[in-house]
Write a protein that binds this ligand. Structure first.
Ligand SMILES: [Zn+2]
Length: 309
């Protein structure tokens, strides 16, 4: 729960975890990667898939087992790659360890299995819910600070960098990003693909921290932060000048990670559909949302106003 706790404390300022806006954009753009046989169905429900890109973050406020699905502290799992198969991980690590250090790549693979099954069963509700979920977890796996125990720069005196990178920067600059990423491709080994993705994401962690540390030396606190009014409250946010300088130093990293997340989300949806035997999606029934079913996913009444991670 550490990251959601952090989120509640820090933001209040702005919602967290790629920012809600970025999560929604990632799911939305992933729809456009799909082949014609899938795109009609996904476009019909594009608002649902986009809006529910943030549902997994909201679930963390309600279900104890949700938080570890959003990150992996690779620095705490020195030999983790040997255990990328979930049953092997369970043999080697205690559930407490897995809960503490995160399980995002294992969970993506689990959702891959469930979404394929939903296509086989032609279960519209599940296809929609699991597609939205999958985009969220894949997106989180592309955030460098989601792959480290120093997830908010708290070990290097850079508290706040988590939301700075993934929320403040996308809030300011994502409108300028080119998010059309071409066509989805079939992934022969999805388990391998998501593990490679988290390790690749982790390679950017050093730059994420180092560039901010260098910049911090050049700015006074007065220039680094400004006070803004949000939801009727005064909050401190990184100034536009500081954000611009950091964004420039990152040299397109945030955009690259968003694009990679969009591409991989489309690839996974497509792969699930192919593995399920390419069911005809135009013949699926309309979804019927029973309150009981929805509440298993997210008890709406208990939702916080904002924020996730
Ligand atoms: Zn998340």
């Amino acid at each position: 729960m550490k990251k959601s706790l952090w989120c509640i404390v820090l933001l209040s300022i702005i919602s967290l975890g790629w920012g809600f806006l970025a999560h929604m954009e990632i799911n939305r753009y992933a729809v456009y990667t799909l082949p014609a046989e899938m795109q009609g169905f996904y476009k019909k429900y594009i608002d649902f898939i986009s809006e529910n890109a943030v549902t997994p973050d909201r679930r963390k406020y309600v279900f104890d087992d949700e938080a570890p699905r959003h990150f992996i502290d690779l620095d705490k799992y020195p030999t983790v790659i040997k255990y990328k198969h979930w049953p092997k991980a369970l043999e080697h690590y205690t559930l407490d360890t897995l809960t503490k250090y995160g399980i995002v790549p294992w969970h993506v693979q689990k959702v891959k299995y469930l979404l394929t099954k939903a296509f086989v069963e032609k279960n519209t509700n599940k296809i929609l819910r699991l597609s939205a979920d999958m985009g969220h977890y894949i997106a989180d796996a592309h955030v460098p600070l989601h792959t480290s125990s120093n997830y908010n720069g708290q070990k290097t005196g850079q508290e706040g960098i988590h939301s700075f990178w993934e929320t403040r920067l996308t809030e300011l600059y994502s409108k300028t990003y080119r998010l059309n990423v071409g066509k989805a491709n079939y992934i022969p080994d999805t388990q391998d693909a998501i593990w490679k993705a988290v390790f690749k994401t982790n390679k950017s962690l050093d730059s994420v921290l180092r560039f901010e540390r260098q910049l911090n030396k050049k700015y006074t606190t007065e220039k680094k932060y400004v006070t803004e009014r949000r939801n009727g409250k005064k909050v401190q946010v990184y100034s536009e000048e500081y954000s611009k300088a950091y964004h420039k130093a990152l040299n397109g990293m945030v955009e690259r990670q968003m694009r990679a997340a969009i591409k991989m989300t489309g690839d996974f949806w497509y792969t699930c559909w192919v593995d399920a035997g390419q069911p005809n999606l135009s013949k699926l029934k309309e979804p019927v949302w029973e309150k009981e079913e929805w509440e298993k996913v997210i008890p709406v009444k208990k939702l916080p106003v904002d924020g996730g991670d």
